[in-house]
Design a binder for this molecule. Structure first.
Ligand code: CTP
Length: 138
């Protein structure tokens, strides 16, 4: 049994998220996902459109995901790798090098991000669209 682990906020779940989870799931038999809690995001200075429970609900509905649990701090990763008996730790390439310190416990991989999509871009697009609609309405 090969177990894969990843972390993220996964706000406004999009096809970049799906493709990353699909490629990570293909590296093993089970995919574990640590979803950043609202309190942890606040600590990182990140404000989400969707609350933690809804982001978890969407992740749990994704067929590539086996188990979702809370990511509450930066320091929990070594414990998580050990308690879930993880073989492969994987993140998108924007995190390249950041988690190499887990290399003594499991294999660490960084997969290329899907181009031209991110939660930030979606938020910006919605903001621009709202602005355009206001201009049309007058
Ligand atoms: N990811 C990806 N391709 C994208 C966007 C995200 O592979 N186009 C990956 C990230 O590298 C990360 C995971 O999805 O490993 C969760 O990323 P997250 O930060 O939640 O998504 P983003 O869309 O990058 O959000 P933001 O714009 O808020 O940074």
């Amino acid at each position: 049994m090969t177990r894969v682990l990843t972390y993220g906020t996964f706000d406004l779940f999009h096809h970049g998220h799906v493709r990353l989870l699909e490629r990570l799931a293909a590296l093993g038999d089970e995919l574990y996902v640590g979803c950043s809690t609202d309190a942890f995001n606040a600590l990182k200075g990140k404000k989400t459109a969707l609350p933690y429970r809804h982001r978890v609900e969407v992740l749990e509905a994704c067929r590539h995901v086996t188990h979702v649990f809370p990511e509450e701090c930066w320091e929990q990763k070594r414990d998580d790798v050990q308690r879930f008996d993880i073989d492969v730790f994987g993140m998108g390439s924007d995190w390249k090098g950041e988690f190499d310190f887990l290399g003594d416990l499991c294999k660490v991989v960084y997969l290329p991000r899907t181009r031209n999509v991110s939660t930030t871009e979606i938020k910006d697009m919605v903001y621009d669209l709202q602005h355009e609609l206001r201009l049309v309405k007058g």
